[in-house]
Design a protein around this ligand. Structure first.
Ligand code: SF4
Length: 374
């Protein structure tokens, strides 16, 4: 039985099946997620005999850290190796990325939800991988736990034995998590929300829903389903275009869920009183960054109550797009702000360590032909 990524109820049922009291599930849950202890042998809240039994009956599988790159701006980019599906025999492992970004007393961890992605956004290197596979709840949770433990330098010889330098709850209060790495989270809904229920549980990792953001390319049925979840993070929409024609080209998923439908879904979305919807807009020079684009974005978002727009300067790389001129970026932002749409410029962190989503994973599979699922 794999322990990481399991809910309290699943762990309790596992102990009951082993002939042990069900409350041991809550104790194991606490050790794993609240104490960040990924080594059963050092879980002092469980009796020694039970720990030995667990060693025979269960395991905690962690992604391997294939590469770790530290950026001059303090970000750390992890390339995690995960088992690859059989059809990818030439790949020893599927690779996903997570980025740890410290800033002024807080830290943000960007995590992946799928290895590769089927959505095919034209400005994204992950799209070139195609979908390799969905990540499990444990693989998603591990991308938060491992950078936190790593940061506190508490990795034991053989694994991970909890965060040492500061209290775990204090650490959780200072941690943001964004689901903006590889993959479309709403196309791996069940596993993503199983992981989120652990991340957002005050007896689990203890993150606040105000500090966790799920970013989607606009999968309308997924947004509708998310709206009904009792435990849910904030919602961000990767917009990147001001009309359907443009968005159909940049994000082919728009042909399935066009802007009118997407905005109508956002309009129905039940915002909590502290909440707004974030729209991300990657500024592509000469493509979507003209003043008329900004005016169309204002019009598009007008039916929505509480929104903000993050303008993301393009990170030049291998894809055939140009950076926006600074004057275009300023003008775009001015048009939004003057018309009452709060907007912010967000530079990618860790540019010197290949910050574009999918860049590291793609390096792993090149120069072999890229995998395409049938
Ligand atoms: S931007 Fe996100 S949804 Fe689009 S292809 Fe890349 S990983 Fe997938």
């Amino acid at each position: 039985m794999e322990l990481l990524g399991k809910s309290k109820e699943e762990l309790s049922a596992f102990f009951t099946a082993l002939g042990e009291p069900g409350y041991r599930g809550a104790q194991l849950y606490h050790a794993l997620y609240a104490e960040h202890n990924l080594s059963v042998a050092s879980m002092s809240n469980l009796p020694a005999a039970l720990r030995s039994k667990l060693a025979a009956e269960a395991k905690i599988t962690l992604p391997t850290v294939k590469q770790k790159y530290s950026s001059a701006d303090g970000s750390v980019r992890y390339l995690f190796g995960l088992p690859a599906p059989e059809e990818y025999a030439r790949m020893k492992s599927a690779a996903v990325e997570a980025v740890f970004m410290p800033s002024e007393g807080r830290q943000t961890i960007c995590i992946s939800t799928q290895a590769g992605c089927a959505v095919d956004c034209q400005f994204c290197l992950t799209a070139q991988l195609g979908l390799i596979r969905n990540l499990t709840p444990g693989e998603i949770v591990a991308q938060v736990l491992l950078p936190l433990i790593d940061r506190d330098g508490a990795a034991g010889e053989n694994g991970y034995t909890g965060t040492a330098a500061s209290g775990e709850s204090e650490l959780a209060a200072r941690t943001n998590v964004v689901l903006m790495g590889q993959g479309e989270p709403l196309l791996n809904f069940d596993n993503v929300f199983a992981a989120l229920r652990i991340l957002l549980d005050q007896r689990g990792l203890g993150l606040s829903p105000k500090h966790v953001t799920l970013s989607t390319s606009g999968v309308v049925p997924g947004i509708e389903r998310m709206a009904k979840e009792a435990v849910r993070p904030k919602l961000a929409i990767s917009l990147n275009a001001s009309n359907d024609e443009q968005r159909n080209t940049l994000m082919p998923i728009n042909k399935k869920y066009p802007l009118k439908e997407l905005i109508a879904t956002c309009r129905r979305y039940p915002l909590r009183n502290w909440e707004h919807i974030t729209f991300e807009y990657v500024m592509l020079g000469g493509v979507n960054d003209a003043p008329e684009d900004a005016r169309r974005v204002v019009k598009l978002l007008a039916p929505l109550k509480r929104v903000k727009v993050n303008l993301i300067p393009w990170n030049p790389g291998e894809l055939p797009f140009q950076e926006s001129k600074e004057a275009s970026l300023d003008e775009f932002r001015r048009i939004l702000t003057d018309r009452g749409v709060p907007s912010f410029v967000r530079y990618s962190r860790g540019r010197d360590v290949m910050a574009a989503c999918g860049q590291l994973a793609l390096l792993e599979v090149q120069p072999s032909p890229l995998p395409i699922l049938p």
